[in-house]
Write a protein that binds this ligand. Structure first.
Ligand code: UD2
Ligand code: MN
Length: 580
């Protein structure tokens, strides 16, 4: 229209000049709008979070972390030290987020990390064409912006594009505005590699992971928490192992990112495997010598009885066929032991892959509502009851030893999970104990006696007095509670150890006295042998001293003193308990 108009009114040369001018104006207008829109959608972080934005543009798959020499805060996985106002804000974050979001906001989303892998890992070359393609599923509920996006950036930056089919951001009903409105725009920069699935009711992390796996399209599914950083070469060894063994459920080495400073630390070697407490909490154990001997090199997979839960990869079809996760579990907890027991018992394996490293921000608490349906504030307890009922056969008694209160608690319908176990024709829990974790101590099996160590005269029993058994603790006495109190249950083993699940009772004598302190400590060859003598003394074999307690008063620490059968405070029996 404009052209036809000017052509009529103007001579030819002037017409050309005007065309040029119009084109220039148009181009600069376009340019202006492009820059504005692009900036708005791509680079501006939410104002309310008060970010400074040190990150340059993300260029897909150039592996910036490996070759960039940026000098910003937190580069190379270094700690961020805040001062002044920033420091105060960070301290406030530690209370609300259980992580220093202020520190995280200072760090580039593309920050570099120390490549912590063992040298041997770095020289492996993988045949990427034949390896299965991965869907990386990141589940989150109201995660802080920069930790969430740094998880995404690290995956994009450090995964070979051929292996990375997609990144699925599974939003478990987040309420924060920026996660609803800005995230869709933000991920456009990833050219469709990253997509968001939103749930419009709270699923809890277990059903959220399950939903993510079902909707993913890759050959393998990889789960990550929403505050991780994938390190150099993290994905290839996971895919490689699943390629070799379809029923291997594999975990990267989980490196430690400080919630306070965001410092990344990791050791290339794997030194621990996953275990469990009979209370069905996860614990780390040293690699058993037999497993260490089986491995010909440090970079071979380590078979682990259990996994921590957050970071894992599996063949997607195998994962779903072997039962995914228990959809009856709410919010948080228990699913990691459930999948571990189940995979082993049903023919697969849990393995740690030393060449794959992913950092995780370990938080001291949960920044989200942990209450399950019906106001359930004990989701870990009820989820664990589900797994105990379905997978642990008679050994569930050892869970109820800790959670007597849950015996009659309704934890929902279990028939689907029982059917699954039947359909897959899985081995017994005893098989799992004997073959996968033979070192696990079963307190009431194959022992001289199991029960409470009781002074009948006073009705006092040896007791942990609620002290934290993860470390060494002194033992005391408390009024006897009967079989309902796990704090008073001890085993006298055939090797004459007086012990609890992970620890043994020992006597510590200082040189100048004939009196010793009674401690619960890790089981080592030492002063940990005990015998119940014919005249009712509980005698420590190595020191010759006998279990005693001052004034026979509840709450006092126990000690060991020279044996004297006439002393009532040294008269003990083991009141046997049969767990059901
Ligand atoms: C660990 C696991 C975690 C899970 C949990 C037990 C690691 C590193 N992490 O706890 O993955 O196995 O043990 O259940 O091993 N989330 C939701 N919806 C919820 C609650 C949480 O999507 O209702 C997300 C949350 O935003 C996070 C992930 O689930 O991305 C894990 O939660 P967490 O970081 O609080 O769990 P963590 O690391 O204490
Ligand atoms: Mn986590």
């Amino acid at each position: 229209m404009v052209n036809r108009y000017v052509r009529v009114c103007l001579p030819r040369r002037k017409e050309n000049a005007l065309n040029l001018a119009l084109a220039l104006i148009l181009a600069s207008l376009l340019c202006f709008f492009y820059v504005k829109v692009y900036n708005d959608s791509h680079y501006q972080l939410p104002k309310e979070a008060g970010f400074t934005w040190p990150t340059p543009a993300v260029v897909l798959h150039t592996r910036p972390a490996a070759n960039r020499q940026a000098k910003g805060p937190g580069e190379n996985g270094e700690p961020v030290k805040l001062t002044g106002n920033d420091y105060e804000k960070g301290q406030a974050d530690m209370k609300t987020w259980y992580m220093n979001v202020q520190a995280s906001n200072k760090i580039s989303l593309d920050r570099s990390l120390k490549d912590v892998r063992l040298q041997e890992c770095k020289s492996i070359s993988y045949d990427l064409k034949k390896l299965p393609k991965a869907s990386v599923v990141i589940i989150f509920t109201d995660e802080a912006w920069t930790p969430l996006l740094r998880t995404v950036h690290s995956v994009i930056n450090r995964s070979p594009p051929e292996l990375l089919k997609e990144v699925v951001l599974l939003d478990d009903f987040s309420q924060r505005a920026e996660l609803k409105s800005k995230l869709d725009d933000y991920i456009k920069r990833f050219d469709g590699k990253v997509r968001i699935i939103r749930k419009n009711e709270r699923h809890g992390l277990i059903r959220a992971k399950l939903a993510g796996a079902k909707e993913a399209v890759g050959d393998i599914v990889v789960f990550l928490d929403s505050h991780c950083e994938a390190n150099e070469g993290w994905l290839e060894p996971l895919a490689q192992r699943i390629y070799e063994k379809k029923s291997a459920v594999v975990c990267p080495a989980i490196d430690y990112i400080s919630a306070e400073t965001m410092a990344y630390s990791g050791d290339g070697r794997i030194t621990s495997v996953g275990g469990f407490w009979w209370s069905l909490h996860f614990r780390w154990d040293p690699i058993p010598p037999k497993e260490q001997a089986r491995r010909k090199s440090e970079i071979e997979p380590v078979r682990s009885p259990t996994m921590a839960g957050g970071l894992l990869a599996a063949d997607r079809k195998y994962f779903l066929d072997v039962g995914g996760y228990d959809p009856g579990m709410d919010i948080w907890g228990g699913e990691n032991l459930e999948i571990s027991f189940r995979v082993w018992m049903c023919g697969g394996s849990i393995e740690f892959i030393p060449c794959s490293h992913v950092g995780h921000i370990f938080r001291a608490g949960h920044p989200y509502n942990m209450t399950g349906p019906g106001g359930n504030k004990d989701v870990h307890g009820t989820n664990s009851k589900r797994l105990a009922e379905v997978w642990m056969d008679d050994y569930k008694r050892l869970y109820y030893m800790h959670r007597n209160d849950l015996r009659t608690k309704d934890v929902g319908d279990l028939s689907g999970r029982h059917e699954l176990r039947k359909k897959l024709n899985c081995s017994s829990f005893k098989w799992y104990l004997d073959n996968v974790i033979p070192s696990k101590f079963v307190p009431d099996e194959d022992v001289i006696s199991f029960g409470s160590v009781k002074n009948e005269k006073s009705n006092l029993c040896l007791d942990t007095l609620q002290r934290d058994e993860k470390g060494s603790i002194k033992l005391g006495v408390f009024s006897c509670q009967g079989p309902g109190s796990s704090a008073q249950l001890f085993s006298l083993t055939k090797k004459n150890l007086l012990r609890r699940e992970m620890t043994c009772v020992e006597v510590r004598v200082s040189e100048d006295t004939k009196k010793g302190q009674v401690w619960l400590s890790s089981c080592t060859p030492g002063s940990q042998k005990w015998q119940l003598t014919e005249d009712g003394l509980m005698q420590n074999v190595d020191t010759g001293l006998c279990l005693d307690v001052d004034e026979l008063s509840s709450g006092n620490d126990a000690f060991a003193s020279e044996c004297d059968a006439a002393k009532t405070s040294q008269q003990w029996v083991i009141a046997k308990v049969v767990l059901k």
